[in-house]
Every structure is written in structure tokens, then in C-alpha cells.
Design a protein around this ligand. Structure first.
Ligand code: DC
Length: 238
């Protein structure tokens, strides 16, 4: 079957990564979590004194972008790619509340977006990729054959993230997570560069009341439909 590009965008904590990861594993595609890349830059900034309270020393971060190498390597235990920052596995450290609370302003910096978008486009050059994020169907892969825009209510998304952190043994407060979800929605939708919005040709999925299995089934169906549409016809003209 011909390989395609699959772009999955949407609000934070709406289950995009789960969908994207499971589909990629099932159909043998590469999976890239673009949010992990913005989180890795944020972790770098936090660990290198680039934040002064809530303020970012953006001149210094711009200078240091060339020293930030982000890559993904398959974790055989989970079957999913882990995020590496300058050769070190940071998969767990990029998921903390501290990184979540600082990532939106980093993701709003145009020079950060330019660098990460270029590297995401390079990763998708050969197709056969599922990438999730905020601007994948609009900016990174505007020609993706399958685009999905996922949404769910803020309360449901906060509860999901809370359950996820609890399951990983990471302490969390539901109120704090809900505030963070709402704040990130606002910043993601209102930033100047690549604001979060649904591409006109993206399919909308509200998964507030869907189980993971139901959304998986829906996504697989959309994938098969698109593949059929892009398969060269085997009938010769009469
Ligand atoms: O999906 P996530 O919560 O891990 O994303 C972390 C942050 O990165 C989120 O606040 C939005 C931002 N982001 C972005 O601006 N563009 C992307 N393609 C992916 C994530």
C-alpha cells in the first residue's frame, strides 16, 4: 500500500498521542510527538538558566538553538519512541508539571517554531509518518493525505492528564491541571505564529465520550478510506 502522511492536531491532553501512537504501531509507520520537541526545548531552557521567573531570555535561547539536538529512539519496553535531548533520554523529565507550565511561551517563539518545523518536515520527507501536534495539518504538512483535528472538553482533558500522571506515580492536583489546560488552550489559539486551528480539510473528532478503542477504530477506518482513495486504479479503461 502506498505510504501517506497523517497529521493529528488538537487541544492539549485530548488523547492525540495515544491515537497517533497506536495507529502508527498498527500500520508500521513512524510516530513523532511534536509536542515532545517543544517540551525538550523548554527543559533545556529551564536547566540552562534561560528562564528568569516567567521571563524568557529569548536572545540567549536564539543563540543556543544550534546546541539543542532533539531525537527519538524506540524504547523496546514500550514499543514507542522516547525523546532524547543532546543524547540523553528526557522522556520522563519533559512530562513534569514544571515543563507543562513553561512550554506555551517557548512554543510561541517564532525562531523556535522555525527550527522545529524544519526538523519535523525533514522527518516526514519519505512519508509513512504519523505526527501529532498543533500545526501539523496547517504548517508542517499542509499536503498530508489524512488530517484529523481532535477535541474534548477541558474538564475531561484535565481528568485524563491527572489519571495519567497518577498512574506514573507523579504527584498532581486536578485544579492545577485544569488551570494549566485552559491557559495552554488560550495561548495555543492566540499566539501569532501558527496558532492552533483546524485545517479546512481536517476531519473533526470530539472524543469526549469515546473510549480509546472506539476512537482507534474510527481513526483506522479513516486511514483505510484515504488509502483506498490514493491507491492507483487497477482497472484499465474500457
Ligand atoms: O501536546 P503537548 O501538550 O505535549 O504540547 C506541548 C506544548 O507544545 C503545547 O503547549 C503546545 C505546543 N505545541 C505546539 O505549539 N506545536 C506543536 N506542533 C506541538 C505542540
Amino acid at each position: 500500500m502506498k505510504k501517506i502522511t497523517i497529521a493529528i492536531d488538537g487541544f492539549s491532553s485530548c488523547g492525540k498521542s495515544t491515537m497517533a501512537k497506536d495507529l502508527a504501531r498498527e500500520i508500521g509507520y513512524i510516530y513523532i510527538d511534536s509536542g515532545a520537541m517543544y517540551r525538550a526545548v523548554t527543559l533545556y531552557a529551564l536547566e540552562h538558566g534561560i528562564f528568569h521567573g516567567e521571563d524568557i531570555d529569548s536572545a540567549r535561547l536564539r543563540e543556543e538553538m544550534g546546541n539543542i539536538d532533539i531525537s527519538f529512539r524506540l524504547n523496546p519496553a514500550t514499543g514507542c519512541p522516547d525523546t532524547y535531548l543532546n543524547g540523553v533520554n528526557v522522556e520522563k523529565r519533559i512530562r513534569t508539571m514544571e515543563v507543562s507550565a513553561h512550554v506555551s511561551p517557548i512554543a510561541a517563539l517564532d525562531f523556535v517554531r522555525q527550527a522545529l518545523v524544519a526538523s519535523q518536515q525533514a522527518m516526514g520527507r519519505d512519508k509513512g509518518i504519523v505526527m501529532d501536534g498543533r500545526d501539523i495539518g496547517t504548517t508542517v504538512f499542509p499536503d498530508a493525505e489524512l488530517k484529523v483535528f481532535v477535541t474534548a472538553s477541558p474538564e475531561i482533558r484535565a481528568q485524563r492528564r491527572y489519571d495519567e500522571l497518577k498512574a506514573k506515580g507523579m504527584p498532581a492536583s486536578l485544579d492545577e491541571i485544569l488551570d494549566n489546560v485552559k491557559q495552554r488552550d488560550y495561548i495555543d489559539q492566540h499566539r501569532q505564529t501558527s496558532p492552533l486551528r483546524q485545517a479546512p480539510d481536517a476531519l473533526l473528532l470530539d472524543n469526549s465520550h469515546l473510549t480509546i478503542a472506539q476512537q482507534q477504530e474510527w481513526l483506522k477506518e479513516q486511514y483505510l478510506k484515504v488509502c483506498q482513495d490514493h491507491e492507483p486504479s487497477t482497472h484499465s479503461p474500457a
